[in-house]
Design a protein around this ligand. Structure first.
Ligand SMILES: Cc1cc2nc3c(=O)[nH]c(=O)nc-3n(C[C@H](O)[C@H](O)[C@H](O)COP(=O)(O)OP(=O)(O)OC[C@H]3O[C@@H](n4cnc5c(N)ncnc54)[C@H](O)[C@@H]3O)c2cc1C
Length: 354
């Protein structure tokens, strides 16, 4: 999805050999202390980020310029890269062409003393209007390998999940066919333990290749990863690749099932409106978050351009001109009303960034 150069400024980063200890942040945000932020580029860090305050010694040479094979943009609006179609800019926006670029992006964050964020298709994110004051690393083209070795799929984190579902079904393998309507990437899906119609990534993953905040790549076997409903304990790493164990099944049967699931989605969810899918986690128990919101009479509730979908109450849609602040206000209202009327405290599934 990388766009052609549109004249926006490209950031050159300094790369440091010394790796500082990573600090895990919420929502997949990692931060490392600054080691030699260049004077011109030093910026305040994200709210709450611990950033090294030690000034660079007078004798420290300026960081060497590093070339990315992919692209680096400055102050790039994130609305373009989220399914909500809203949110402010990223200080630096990196579209890595390969794993080496991902490491360079992490170095850029370290050198500037900024937090970083791995981004897939932005389908589970609500980016605040002020944007993200750090380095967004968007995995897509270049990191979207798809290969079948027997019944094992080896897939890049940047591959779109619906494409994974389609290609494996066409090749005659079951296990991820029900992910056809999850509009994210494999990396985001593994990190979030995405799933649908009773299947989730945790069931098929056998190994994840990840890069830690120091740029070190390692293979993590499934048994070392703890998955819960829509979350994992992967922490401050970037998923680069996943191995998935699938089972042979006739392609015609899988494709027929996918067509049926897709029709179900189109009929039951506001599939064509900008949104992030389910906003709240299902609380457990007989009633889903959507049922509770519906029971509280909130379908259609609107603030600014943000609306509780009249079609599916757990979707808050952008009707065209919503700001992140509109969506956050609707979220707050829904939470309070549902708690008051049903006694259930809803928890967010969408990740709020910024
Ligand atoms: C219309 C619609 C329907 C949806 N239906 C479903 C559904 O049925 N089931 C479901 O589970 N979800 C659903 N979702 C939510 C979303 O699609 C999933 O959570 C998806 O897996 C997110 O992937 P992404 O690539 O878009 O991640 P992003 O939204 O870009 O990021 C989500 C989180 O994952 C992290 N992340 C992303 N990529 C990486 C990486 N390579 N390495 C490490 N961390 C990473 C981010 O930092 C962030 O914390 C839906 C969303 C929409 C808009």
């Amino acid at each position: 999805m990388a766009r052609k150069n549109d004249g926006r400024k490209t950031a050159a980063s300094g790369r440091k050999g010394a790796a500082a200890k990573p600090h895990a942040g919420g929502a997949g945000v990692g931060k490392r202390p600054a080691v030699a932020a260049s004077k011109a580029a030093a910026k305040p860090a994200a709210k709450g980020a611990k950033v090294g305050t030690k000034p660079a010694a007078a004798t420290t040479p300026p960081p060497a310029k590093v070339k990315f094979r992919g692209r680096v943009l400055e102050n790039e609006p994130l609305a373009r890269y989220t399914t909500y179609r809203l949110g402010g800019p990223a200080r630096y926006f990196v579209m890595p062409a390969d794993a080496d670029d991902v490491a360079k992006a992490l170095d850029l964050a370290q050198d500037r003393g900024l937090p970083w964020l791995a981004l897939g298709l932005g389908s589970n994110l609500l980016v605040k209007d002020a944007g993200f004051p750090g380095v967004v690393i968007r995995l897509g083209k270049g990191l979207d390998r798809f290969e079948m070795k027997g019944a094992t799929a080896i897939v890049g984190a940047g591959l779109a999940t619906p494409l994974l579902a389609r290609r494996t079904a066409e090749a005659g393998f079951a296990g991820v066919e029900r992910f056809i309507g999850i509009p994210g990437t494999v990396g985001g899906g593994v990190y979030m333990n995405a799933g649908a119609h009773g299947a989730e990534f945790a069931e098929v993953l056998t190994e994840a290749t990840v890069m830690d905040a120091k740029g070190k790549i390692k293979q993590v076997p499934r048994k070392q990863i703890s998955f819960k409903y829509r979350s994992s304990n992967l922490g401050a790493v970037i998923v680069l690749e996943a191995k998935l164990a699938l089972i042979e099944e006739p392609p015609a049967k899988l494709k027929e099932m996918q067509a049926r699931l897709f029709r179900w989605r189109k009929a039951g969810t506001p599939f064509d409106q900008p949104c992030c899918g389910s906003v709240f986690r299902n609380p457990g128990g007989p009633r889903t978050a959507g049922m509770l919101i519906d029971e509280a009479g909130l379908k259609g509730f609107t603030i600014g351009g943000a609306q509780v979908s009249p079609m599916h109450a757990n979707y808050i849609v952008n009707t065209g001109n919503a700001t992140a602040s509109d969506v956050l206000r609707v979220i707050e209202h829904v939470r309070k009303t549902v708690a008051k009327k049903t006694g259930v405290e809803l928890e967010l599934e969408v990740k709020v960034i910024g």
